[in-house]
Design a protein around this ligand. Structure first.
Ligand code: GRF
Length: 232
């Protein structure tokens, strides 16, 4: 589908998403399914993985989506990997690059190249618990609520303007696995909602680095403890 360029130089027509994954790709699947089911003004232009054996790649290919792997092991440095990845991404001419379980730390140069259109989902209520093992980190300090954050990517890892968050309760007896499973369902709600807002052109990143979404006052998604109790 060719995009139409308006007089202002902005592209009109469906927004193009490239999704980056490293493994299972369940967030990517949620994005792909919501895009089709809700008929977003968008298309998933490609799914690119940092490992050739990422499980999500076969699923995406089965949906008729263009797929590619840029295996980090094939490159001598982060810079070389990021350059190859960027070349691959740019071949699909995306408006937005969505990180969905993409497990590589990106170089500042890469982040700068996609500044303002690079978005990530992180499985914690940032700024708490950046990095890995977020569910174990949450349990270790006894927080009563855990969650996920969809945010613009900046050069600082797991940092950057927050677009939306989803909250789930921590229940007695939770393990990192049970908490991760509860949160994953929330991730699958929050990320597609944000991507839809992006596709609809409603998300603004202000000079003060705060996000506004046109027509949306509340960007918090919550699961009540009662709901979690019923499900378990
Ligand atoms: C998700 O929890 C995501 O938030 C984190 O890694 C996990 C990826 O899961 N960054 P999947 O590949 O989307 O199933």
């Amino acid at each position: 589908m060719s995009a139409i360029i308006s007089a202002s130089g902005r592209r009109r027509g469906p927004a193009r998403f490239v999704i980056l994954i490293s493994g299972r790709g369940s967030n990517m699947q949620a994005l792909v399914q919501a895009c089709a089911a809700e008929a977003w003004p968008a298309e998933i232009a490609a799914v690119i993985a940092s490992r050739a054996d990422a499980e999500g790649l076969a699923w995406a290919a089965g949906q008729g989506i263009a797929t590619a792997a840029v295996a980090h092991r094939d490159y001598p440095s982060r810079e070389a990997f990021d350059a190859a990845l960027a070349e691959r991404i740019d071949a699909y001419d995306p408006d937005w690059v969505l990180l969905a379980g993409f497990m590589r730390v990106l170089t500042p140069g890469f982040v700068q190249r996609y500044a303002g259109r690079l978005v990530n989902i992180h499985p914690s209520l940032l700024p708490a618990f950046p990095g890995l093992h977020t569910h174990a980190q949450a349990l270790a300090v006894g927080v009563q609520a855990h969650g996920c954050t969809v945010h613009y990517v900046t050069p600082v890892l797991d940092h950057g303007p927050i677009i939306a968050q989803g909250v789930v309760p921590v229940l007695a007896g939770d393990t990192p696995e049970s908490l991760a499973a509860r949160l994953l369902g929330m991730e699958h709600r929050v990320y597609p909602q944000v991507a839809r807002w992006l596709a609809e052109g409603r998300v603004r990143l202000g000079a003060d680095q705060r996000v506004e979404v046109e027509g949306v006052a509340q960007r918090l998604f919550a699961m009540q403890k009662e709901t979690a109790d019923e499900r378990e």
